[in-house]
Design a binder for this molecule. Structure first.
Ligand SMILES: C[S@@+](CC[C@H](N)C(=O)[O-])C[C@H]1O[C@@H](n2cnc3c(N)ncnc32)[C@H](O)[C@@H]1O
Length: 241
């Protein structure tokens, strides 16, 4: 009897111990937000003019300009790229510059001439966010279209309108011609969404898009890793041959 009672007590004790082990609460999950390291360490010089020019120079290399090219510069701004493109492609080339800001284009129209070795430049004011300003440009006549920090393709414009707008550029590009797109940190979209939009609009996606390096990107204006990823990405989207 005494032995059986002892065995029962031991069994109950073992069950309690087992249960108490199983019921032991797991350690609390960390509550602090996950902090990812920035893609690029902060750079001396921040977003100063020198850093911006470094980034532009890197994008200029991605454009792979050749003498005689016909190029559309969508959103010329002050013309940092426009004048360099005109000089690089030379007098047998042609630059079609557009902007939505009349004063910006007036400034370029009244700038000192680039000289007879540079390509002729034509400037067109667009009056709507999704107008190309290239309606009179012949079919399949451009080697390159550039949209550098001028357009975001995000939720501020319906996706169908962005697709229709990008599709219009296919008409003027030669087969094999490229649209090069770079977006600044303020665009509310991701690299993957941008690539998907260009594909849906009829462009091709060759393997391996151009990426700027940290040294070329001015990170000070891109506070999050996602914003930096957008700014490091240069989309090079060809028209199918
Ligand atoms: C930040 S600046 C960039 C200028 C130039 N591409 C560069 O990288 O130096 C952006 C320019 O794009 C122009 N822009 C904005 N939306 C546009 C649109 N839908 N079509 C044409 N130009 C546009 C602005 O007026 C501005 O001059």
């Amino acid at each position: 009897m005494a032995l059986k009672a002892t065995q029962r007590t031991m069994g109950a004790l073992a069950a309690v111990l087992l249960l108490s082990h199983c019921a032991k609460p797991s350690p609390p999950l960390p509550t602090a937000p996950l902090v990812l390291p920035p893609l690029c360490p902060p750079q001396p010089g921040g977003a100063g003019a020198e850093a911006v020019d470094r980034m532009r120079a890197a994008i200029l290399r991605v454009l792979a300009l050749q003498p005689g090219m016909h190029v559309g510069d969508i959103g010329t701004g002050g013309g940092w790229f426009t004048v360099r493109v005109a000089q690089a492609i030379g007098k047998n080339g042609m630059v079609y510059g557009t902007d939505i800001d009349a004063a910006t284009l007036d400034g370029l129209r009244h700038a000192p001439p680039l000289g007879e070795d540079a390509a002729p430049m034509r400037f067109t004011l667009v009056t709507g966010e999704r107008e190309t300003g290239l309606d009179d440009v012949p079919d399949s006549s451009l080697d390159l279209l550039m949209m550098i920090d001028s357009l975001c393709f995000d939720d501020r414009v319906p996706r169908a309108a962005n697709r229709a707008y990008l599709g219009k550029f296919l008409r003027v590009l030669k087969p094999g011609g490229r649209l090069v797109h770079h977006m600044d940190c303020t665009c509310r979209t991701t690299v993957a969404e941008t690539e998907a939009l260009f594909i849906a609009s009829g462009f091709t996606l060759p393997p391996g898009q151009a990426q700027l390096t940290c040294a070329e990107l001015s990170t000070a204006a891109c506070p999050t890793a996602e914003a930096q990823a957008r700014a490091l990405f240069v989309g090079v989207f060809p028209k199918a041959r």
